[in-house]
Design a protein. Sequence first.
Length: 507
Amino acid sequence: MTSALADEATPPKSLTLTTISVCLAAGMQSMDTFVAGIALPSMMGAFSAAHDEIAWVLTSFLIAVAVFTPLSGWLSRQIGRKRLLLIAVVGFCAASVLAGLSNTISQIVPARFVQGIFGAALVPLSQQILLDIYPRERHGMAMAWFNIGMLVGLIIGPLLGGYITEYYSWRYVFFINIPTGIFAFTMISIYVRETERAPRQFDFTGFFALAIALISFQLMLDRGERLDWFSSTEIVIEAGIAMAAFYVFVIHIVTARNPFVDPALFKNRNFTIGMVYIFTLAVLIFGFLGIFPAMLQNQLGYSVLASGLLLSPRGIATFIASLASGMLFARIGPRPIIFVALIIMGISLWHMSTFTPDVDESTVLFTICLQGIGFGMLSTTATAAAYMTLSPELRPDGTAFLSLARRIGASIGVSFLVSQLLRFKQANQAALNENVSLYNERLRHVPLPDRWSLSDPEGLSAFHQVIAHHAEFLAYLDDFRLLAVIVVFLAPFVFLMRIEKLPDPKS
């Protein structure tokens, strides 16, 4: 075992500064995803690009991150963790400059792909470092600080991206990575310790099988909504390739002498259950961000700024819950915290499914803050619990695949909830339209607004617009109800986790 992987490694005197430096690097990748998404409309005008073309600015980045995240474990063993992290920060910033200087869509897409290649290592390497510099009884606090770093990107990204795009230029969305990257590079150079190298043979077959599966799957998710999912031949082909490649990957790592990832990683019960919870959390967080702001603006009448401000307290609640969970982790273990977190999230989502069009602001605020508490509790505790019984030798691959689970969950969350929203809307609209008829006695005897009519084409059209609006509102509620059921269903599985007694941090 190398000294870098030893649990007993003495934490450095500059523990706080090391934590800040690596969390800053991880947050840089998290923030860039959201900042770029906000700036897409401005880029579309600048490049005179269609929706399908400009979507590749995000798709190329997401594909690169998904494909190269699993590679970070192998690379950190080959060249050293600190060296790899510094290379990743420099490469990420250099690609950001290229993206900001791009003048055509054919220039920015490759730049974003390169940015994703280097950005893929930032999150798993940051987790590896935190797990090694903190003693095992303080892994809960280590993951709390890590999640706060990621949360900063999640909260600041959309606000900063909107402000920069509105008052300056979309190019500065990428240029802001430069000062952040320089500061992170300096801090990492000074305070992060290098690890001993532990080279091992590279498994090309396993890596390329996984890469093909991830590329095909990400393309399917990104293009599925525009191409009407499995009614499109392209989507069917991408799904088929993804399944076939993933099958090859699984069979290969089980049977190969030197597989790309040790199958023992997934035989660890805590890690596998933790990965499922992190995947689910990513579905909830990113899927929720994909539909809830639209509901606030289109259905409840909030402005873009007001909806952003209304969502901000949820981040504060998540921040506080993350710290509290990190402190409790060593004292009471992960089971009660994760169970309570899932129940809180289920209650908040179910309460949201009872919203009405005239729901007041305080009710919305209370519900999403309650949800934020659940998010913070689950994120910190599930991450720390995933590594609780994992041997130090498996941590490089563990951090890589846990980050991959989070990334895939984020992609699935948006695609899944938006597609379900459309399906629910169609079903609700069909059910409501059944009652719009001259033969409905209630409608014949109830006074209707002047612009509504069951006999006049224009009046009937106005009637159907209102129905479509209400059908969409009900579809949002159906989405929330579905998420609540999924969350509560997963709660009992926490009791399958193995528990190891950790020393009290005070001792």
